[in-house]
Design a protein around this ligand. Structure first.
Ligand code: OGA
Ligand code: NI
Length: 357
């Protein structure tokens, strides 16, 4: 049984990442990938690129039933069954507001370490600022700092962990959360429609008290991008994730057909990817893609992820209309996927596999 490291170990590692990045120090082996290294040739720009979808066509029933709307819906279905992700344009959030979100994130990260530590993650908590939670000795560490905050249900916000500096941080985050929630609701309906289901087939499974969580990711430049990842390969445990990428620096890659594909930067687009719970609800028709973030030795990269997942106490499972003789039920009903996911992670098993019948 692996020993779990105490808070002091976490603290000392946490401090050194920023220093190691600044000084160009060789990272300690805890950060090294176990089996293989990453060569620049290992990832590609897809020749059949990650789809770009104009989601403004999904926002009203009249545009949805137009020829253009129907074509876009078909594109959505194809994107989610093959890639499990796409780049959304026409989402209605102005480029200047997206820049504002990036800007407050950048300003927060630029604060002195002591100031950021006011918002440090509690030892066993999941919210706040810090590095990887260390759960076992042989865990490979990710080269980043995160600030994780719950936005919804609103009465569960831990405002003491929401930065007050820069002073617009809270306001911008709140507004961004509201805007992204609207986009997600439009997408749930469009996804259901694309599979000829009732439009609330997915949204009703999220419940009134669905959880919305945000994660600011701060990837520092890393002296060994051949050995160290920003984030290890994973699929999101969410229902759906909306990611605002850095405007200039690439890093995100998606695994498809046994290869890693780069997700190119499109400054005004939002990357949408599905999480495990949507793969379950769609009975495996839609994919929750495996993705990772690579590091680079020159520039830091910032991204902001918004995760939406069903209310923990609600049982979720494959939508009835997606189960038939040709496609039998693949997954059992599950609830509290967040804890389920965490237990699987500790046991070293893949959650989506464990949820199979
Ligand atoms: C995540 C994630 C990708 C990125 O936070 O789950 O995959 O580009 N982030 O930061
Ligand atoms: Ni992810």
């Amino acid at each position: 049984m692996a020993r779990s490291l105490g808070a002091t170990d976490v603290g000392s590692l946490a401090k050194s990442l920023q220093e190691m990045s600044m000084n160009g120090t060789e990272p300690p082996p805890q950060y090294f990938l176990k089996e293989n290294s990453i060569k620049p040739m290992d990832s590609f720009l897809p020749s059949d690129p990650i789809p770009i979808i104009d989601i403004s066509l999904f926002s009203s029933s009249s545009s949805l039933s137009s020829k253009e709307g129907e074509d876009e819906l078909e594109k959505l279905k194809s994107a989610l069954t093959s890639w499990g992700c796409f780049q959304a344009i026409g989402h209605g959030i102005s480029s200047s507001f997206l820049d504002k979100v990036r800007e407050v994130a950048k300003q927060f990260f630029a604060l002195p370490v002591e100031e950021k530590q006011k918002y440090s993650r509690e030892v066993d908590g999941s919210e706040g600022y810090g590095n990887d939670r260390i759960l076992s000795e042989n865990q490979v560490l990710d080269w980043l700092y995160r600030l994780s905050l719950r936005l919804r249900p609103v009465d569960q916000r831990k405002l003491q962990l929401w930065p007050e500096n820069p002073n617009e941080f809270r306001e911008v985050l709140d507004e961004y959360g509201t805007k992204v929630k609207i986009i997600m609701d439009v997408l749930f309906k469009a996804m259901a429609k694309s599979l000829n289901l009732e439009e609330n087939s997915f949204s009703s499974q999220f419940g009134e008290r669905a959880v919305m969580q945000t994660r600011f990711n701060f990837y520092l430049s890393c002296p060994r991008p051949d050995l160290v990842l920003g984030v290890k390969p994973h699929s999101d445990r969410s229902g759906i994730t909306v990611l605002l990428q850095d405007k200039e620096v690439e890093g995100l890659q998606v695994f498809k057909d046994d290869k890693w594909f780069k997700v190119p930067v499109i400054p005004h687009a939002l990357v949408v990817n599905l999480g495990d719970q949507m793969q379950i609800m769609s009975n495996g028709i839609f994919k929750s893609p495996i993705h990772r973030v690579v590091t680079n030795s020159e520039r830091m990269r910032i991204s902001v992820a918004m995760f939406n997942e069903p209310e923990p106490e609600k049982e979720i499972g494959p939508v009835e209309g997606l189960i038939d003789e040709k496609r039998p039920r693949l997954y059992r009903d599950v609830k509290n996927y967040a804890s389920f996911n965490f237990e699987c992670f500790q046991k070293g098993v893949v959650p989506l596999e464990s949820a199979k019948i």
